[in-house]
Design a protein around this ligand. Structure first.
Ligand code: G6Q
Length: 545
């Protein structure tokens, strides 16, 4: 069934008209008119608090956005995902990261089979392995215990584990060292292993397909590094390598015992896989109980998303506000600014989650879209960003909606640090919204010539997400919040948020050029003149050491 083009829907048209009114209004005015705005435009769900009052919206905007959600059938689309329908249409796959954190007794079927049972079987296997590594029962080839764990993976098989490890480092076993190798640039491997003893090092090869060039190249280098230390004794591989994959055959081909393989399923997208066995490094770092708490947090947010009415539904609000800012106010990016140092890799993680999911130019039925889709997500932890790019957010010519993330309690209390940190996050959102007028600047006695430079227009939108403390549960909720916000955006834009043909292209293209760089005799090149010339030049530079 063909869906009606998005821009022809009554709610879309009404939002377009309504945006003309909103564009003329300033947040100063909207706040002055409604003394309770700062309480009214808030929502609380699964223990996270969202203040979205500093968005350029009115009650009418929210009403129309809810209408848009209805007209784009959001509720049914959410239900279809939770039911395990094959909503990833271009790959004909279900999208069930929610099953990864479903409780043991839940039933979610794919092709008639309850997948929750398998999920818990893998979780148990992971827990038993993680416990053996953590307790020292799992020994390396020479009988020494494992002290270093290296995850080798890229994209979805790297960014989630790295982010979760950094975010939950406070809860991690500090006697173990964790490293992550992703880049095919040899420097990544060399730097990650240079000070480690192979006898105490465990590699987790994380790859859904077990064919990815970068991961396989690094995995082979890891094997060579290990075997060099053990005079080529291949038996060492079984004690120092485990795999996380959906491809048992390729894992066996690499020489990893199937008993040491942790599986997952094609209905888990790479960027949605950190709650699957891809999270094995996280589980070893923080222990099975904390890992289960991470899953429980995500599940709580899943339930909130599935059941809460739209006006109280955090992922729905966040997603619809992103649509509003992108399509009706012309914003091209979203800055994610965690005021929590442990979340320093969260923006990088979100970049993939959001942009790989919603960087699409055609609808689910293959029609070109005539509206903007996924905005550019980026960010840095506060307060560091304040001393660099915030200038552009405050006084530049672009509209950059910001998501500030803060916690009431620090994990590592230290003097006044936390109050100072929180003072900064509140002050930034306040300054962005209200700015500083000419009158205010003049009243400070600023010389006339400097006045325009010191004026802040304000009216710059932001959300504040406030939670109690960065626990494994809270991280689970935060990740699920953004996963579902991405879903909401994709549902409105009617795109497939779960494929990634652009990534697949990258995986193929380089393979064509590799032999042209490595061949002894000059290759016959058939690329464009620029690519041909670059290849020739590289080959000649390579010869002159
Ligand atoms: C994620 C993408 C992509 C993928 C990597 C690694 O959604 O599909 O980032 O995770 O390309 O793929 P493998 O896990 O198969 O090595």
């Amino acid at each position: 069934m063909k869906t009606k083009p998005l821009t022809t829907l009554p709610a879309w048209k009404a939002l377009t008209r309504h945006s003309q009114t909103i564009k003329r209004r300033h947040l100063r005015e909207l706040f002055a008119q409604d003394k309770r705005r700062g309480e009214r435009f808030t929502a609380e769900g699964a223990g996270l608090f969202l203040d979205y009052s500093k968005n350029r919206i009115s009650a009418e905007t929210v009403r129309l956005l809810r209408q848009l959600a209805k007209e784009t059938d959001l509720r049914n689309k959410v239900a279809a995902m939770f039911r395990g329908e094959k909503i990833n249409v271009t790959e004909n796959r279900a999208v069930l990261h929610v099953a990864l954190r479903a409780p043991r007794n839940a039933v979610i079927r794919v092709d008639g089979k309850n997948v929750v049972r398998e999920v818990h079987a893998v979780l148990n296997k992971m827990a038993s392995f993680a416990n053996r590594v953590r307790s020292g029962k799992w020994k390396g080839h020479t009988g020494r215990r494992i002290r270093n764990v290296i995850n080798i993976g890229i994209g979805g098989s790297d960014l989630g584990p790295v982010m979760a490890y950094e975010a939950l480092r406070h809860y991690s076993d500090r006697s173990l060292t964790f490293r992550f190798i992703s880049n095919v640039d040899g420097a990544d491997f060399v730097e990650a292993t240079r000070d480690l003893d192979p006898a105490e090092t465990l590699f987790i090869i994380s790859s859904k397909t077990f064919t990815t060039l970068e991961t396989m190249t690094n995995a082979h280098s890891a094997r060579a590094w290990l075997l060099r230390a053990f005079r080529g004794d291949a038996k060492a591989v079984a004690r120092h390598f485990v795999a996380v994959s959906t491809n048992a055959e390729k894992v066996a081909e690499f020489g990893i015992d199937r008993a040491n393989m942790f599986g997952f399923w094609d209905w888990v997208g790479g960027r949605y896989s950190m709650n699957s066995a891809i999270g094995l490094s996280t589980m070893i770092a923080i222990g099975p109980a904390h890992f289960r708490a991470l899953l429980a947090g995500a599940h709580e947010m899943d339930e909130h998303f599935r059941t809460a009415p739209l006006e109280k539904n955090l992922p729905a609000l966040l997603g619809l506000l992103t649509v509003w800012n992108t399509n009706f106010l012309g914003a091209e990016t979203v800055a994610v600014l965690p005021y929590e140092n442990y979340l320093k890799r969260f923006p990088a993680y979100l970049q993939q989650l959001t942009m790989e999911s919603n960087g699409k130019h055609v609808t689910r039925d293959g029609q070109p879209v005539n509206y903007a889709t996924g905005p550019i997500f980026w960010g840095e932890p506060g307060t560091n960003g304040q001393h660099s790019f915030y200038q552009l957010i405050h006084q530049g010519t672009r509209l950059i909606p910001c998501d500030f993330i803060a916690f009431a309690h620090p994990l590592t209390p230290l003097g006044r640090h936390h109050d100072l940190l929180l003072a900064n996050v509140f002050a930034q959102a306040e300054a962005l919204a209200f700015g500083k007028t000419v009158t205010e600047v003049k009243a400070e006695g600023v010389p006339a010539a400097l006045v325009p430079h010191k004026v802040f227009s304000g009216n710059r939108p932001s959300n504040i997400i406030l939670a109690d403390k960065l626990t494994p549960t809270a991280l689970g909720k935060l990740v699920a919040l953004y996963e579902h916000s991405v879903f909401v955006q994709g549902a409105v834009w009617n795109i497939d948020s779960f494929d990634q043909w652009g990534v697949e292209l990258g995986k193929v293209l380089a393979q064509r050029i590799v032999p042209e760089l490595e061949s002894r005799s000059a290759p016959k090149l058939k690329h464009d003149s620029s690519t041909n010339h670059l290849i020739y030049r590289y080959r000649s530079m390579k010869r002159k050491r």
